[in-house]
Design a protein around this ligand. Structure first.
Ligand code: HEC
Length: 379
């Protein structure tokens, strides 16, 4: 999304937050008069009705049955466009009407949203698979958004199955559990007291050690449930609006704007460290080929080009390594090690471009000296 569009999206999000308030107020009012208010169509103020009629297609909703007999509530704009998708995981806390309303609001800014009240990782993984296979969903643009136990379940799912982004609202997992996290995470937390604050600090520090985008927002002095529904005991208007803005922005950046395939942003790389080691460093890998091909000086231009090609791929492999999380050791040291591996490979490229056989041989030796220091700390 370019800056203009992002500005517009933020503006729209703000207006939509207002819409959430109005709609929910209307729903609450109606609920006191009619039973089964959750299914009714929202009533907006004339201004907001007008706003929506100019900019947005209608939202269509329906009940769906996900794999494992998990009931879901699907909302999407009434268009044929393929859209990014969000799996919305409720907290199992009786706020189902509000989760559905949130699903409709989120869908109105251009997502297929499915709301569920299921916390089992196996069933949630199957729900992601179901979303990805839908013809109206962009399979490489999937986000998670959950509250309380649903937020914790979303995090566990993000650890299990890479997605473009995961938002947890007042849902934690134990610190050690984020060790395998490969998806960007936004945490939105109520910091109601000191004990809660400590829990958030520990969680934030654990997230910060992951090699992915993570952000934690804390709203001091408000209670769990502060985001809604409006009128509930814990609801806190200003904080709720700010939280929604952060969520819209995070999903916009990481899900809506995700690059397809294995772009640097968004989709997590599918290669693991061991893959790169085998492809690059195993005797039959790129480095082995390079060593064998450089036993003698390349005879012609084609030979030098082959040397260059192998070294370039080794350097690119080091670039992928840098973005992955080592099984052990700290992040800074990992950056240094992958960086110097890459530099050594780039040196081979430079010498090959100058047809400097001695230089190439020395740089190749340097590359071979990089293995032990890294393995000692990280393997
Ligand atoms: C930047 C750090 C780093 C550098 C540099 C590095 N390695 Fe590794 N290597 C690792 C890590 C981490 C693992 C363990 C990966 C895992 O098990 O997930 C590993 C695993 C391996 C494996 C086992 C792969 C498998 O089949 O499971 C081999 C072989 C290997 N490295 C060879 C090398 C050689 C040879 C070099 C030097 C030319 C080298 N590595 C340089 C970090 C590095």
């Amino acid at each position: 999304m370019n800056d203009d569009r992002r500005q517009i999206a933020i503006l729209r999000a703000a207006v939509l937050c207002a819409a959430v308030l109005f709609a929910t107020a209307a729903a609450c009012l109606a609920a006191s008069l009619v039973a089964g208010a959750g299914q009714q169509k929202r009533k907006l103020t004339p201004f907001l009705d007008e706003f929506k009629s100019i900019t947005d297609p209608e939202i269509v909703t329906r009940a769906v049955l996900l794999p494992g007999d998990v009931p879901g509530y699907l909302a999407r704009p009434d268009t044929r466009e393929k859209l990014p998708a969000v799996l919305l995981v409720g907290g199992g806390d009786g706020r189902d009407d509000w989760y559905r309303l949130s699903a409709r609001e989120l869908s109105s800014i251009g997502y297929v949203v499915v709301a569920v009240n299921e916390h089992g990782v196996d069933k949630l993984r199957a729900a992601i698979g179901w979303l990805r296979k839908r013809p109206d969903v962009l399979a490489e643009r999937i986000g998670l958004l959950g509250w309380g136990p649903g937020g914790a379940a979303a995090l566990r799912l993000a650890m299990d199955t890479p997605v473009q982004a995961c938002v947890t609202c007042d849902g934690f997992v134990p610190e050690g559990d984020v060790a395998t996290l490969k998806s960007p995470v936004l945490g939105v937390f109520s910091r109601s007291d000191a004990a809660r604050g400590k829990q958030i600090d520990v969680f934030r520090a654990a997230l910060a050690r992951r090699p992915v985008a993570t952000k934690v927002y804390q709203f001091v002095g408000v209670k769990e449930g502060f985001m809604g529904p409006p009128g509930s005991a814990a609801y806190s208007n200003n904080e709720a609006e700010e939280a929604w803005l952060q969520i819209y922005e995070f999903l916009g950046k990481h899900v809506e704007d995700a690059k397809d395939g294995n772009g640097k942003e968004g989709a997590s790389p599918t290669a693991g460290i061991a893959d790169i080691m085998r492809a690059v460093n195993a005797p039959t890998g790129l480095r082995g080929l390079l060593i064998r091909s450089l036993e003698k000086e390349p005879r012609d231009d084609a030979g030098w080009k082959q040397t260059r090609a192998l070294a370039v791929m080794i350097a690119e492999g080091a670039g992928i390594l840098e973005r992955l999380a080592p099984p052990r050791g700290d992040k800074m040291h990992w950056r240094e090690q992958t960086g110097s591996f890459r530099t050594a490979a780039e040196r081979i490229v430079n010498h090959a471009d100058r047809r400097d056989f001695q230089g190439v041989r020395q740089a190749l030796e340097l590359l071979g000296n990089r293995c032990a220091a890294c393995h000692k700390q990280h393997r």
